[in-house]
Design a protein around this ligand. Structure first.
Ligand SMILES: [Zn+2]
Length: 295
């Protein structure tokens, strides 16, 4: 899809301290930190807005770093803390392919380039995202990366794609629908599926399918409406794997209808759009999926 036609550099002027708001999507993390969903943002979030007098097609003449960050010289789409320049370069190298793949997988387009923040320490990352164990997260549309990801470099391309997938969905459905209507199981399953399992590395598909078939999967019914975080009693790896396999099953029933479901979420909301697409509730679909695994 036409990435370079539709995605243009856009730079957030939001101070990083406002990233203390908890995003609705969990970070790609292990082990699971204490559920931060109850955290209350200390600073009201002000959504980023394009300059009213400036069309989005106009590239900024200069790029201003948000407080505490530096603009990566080689790729001003990326801002990083002091000491994280090499990490930021590694992130920058993955952005274009990740953008293309995210758009292609979802059959959606970015409306603008999401802000990218690369942190130098796990502590500063945790302070900004409330996700101390994570490798990456998408906080209200701002894509953040922990140095933990640089330490686990083999997972870097997948995690970049995972987080950009969150940002892509958020841009398309809007913050309100994304954070209040779309359950966590769907957002995480979709982003994990889009990134070929990033976030689920510690749980094989075979193990996840066996668990679901045997009734050892995470408690889908009690978490079906959960908007944030990972349910108790399940590892992040298993949760991401099981949800991604379930979303893959839903998608595989009719790929074209699945894409129409995604593109219509902003207007239909999740529950209504799901019912229209699958002629059943998520719980009914989960049970049908589990049953099919036992056949
Ligand atoms: Zn995620």
């Amino acid at each position: 899809m036409g990435l370079h036609r539709c995605v243009r550099p856009f730079f957030l002027t939001l101070a990083v301290t406002t990233l203390g708001c908890r995003s609705a999507q969990a970070a790609v993390d292990e082990p699971r930190p204490a559920d931060p969903a109850v955290a209350v943002p200390a600073v009201p979030f002000v959504p980023e807005q394009p300059e009213a007098s400036e069309p989005q097609s106009a590239a900024p003449a200069t790029v201003s770093a948000v407080p505490g960050f530096l603009v990566l010289a080689e790729d001003p789409r990326v801002q990083h803390e002091a000491g994280a320049r090499d990490f930021a370069r590694a992130i920058a190298a993955q952005l274009d392919p990740a953008f293309e793949r995210a758009q292609d997988f979802h059959q959606l387009e970015f409306s603008r380039f999401p802000p990218i923040r690369v942190f130098a320490t796990r502590e500063s990352y945790a302070d900004a995202t409330l996700s101390p164990g994570g490798r990456g997260s998408c906080v209200l549309g701002v894509v953040c990366f922990s140095p933990k990801l640089y330490e686990q470099r083999a997972t870097l391309p997948g995690v970049v794609l995972h987080e950009l997938s969150h940002a892509l969905l958020l841009q398309n459905v809007g913050l309100w629908v994304h954070n209040t209507k779309i359950p966590a199981w769907f957002r995480e399953g979709l982003a994990t599926l889009a990134s070929d399992g990033a976030g689920a590395e510690g749980c094989t598909p075979e193990a996840a399918l066996a668990d679901v078939a045997a009734g050892r999967g995470f408690d889908f019914e009690s978490s079906v409406a959960r908007l944030r975080g990972i349910p108790e009693g399940v590892s992040a790896y298993a949760y991401y794997r099981q949800t991604s396999l379930f979303v893959a099953w839903l998608r595989g029933r009719d790929v074209a209808r699945f894409h129409a479901f995604l593109s219509g979420l902003r207007s239909t909301g999740f529950q209504e759009g799901f019912a229209q697409t699958f002629a059943a509730t998520p719980i009914e679909c989960w049970n049908a999926w589990a049953e099919s695994l036992r056949e």
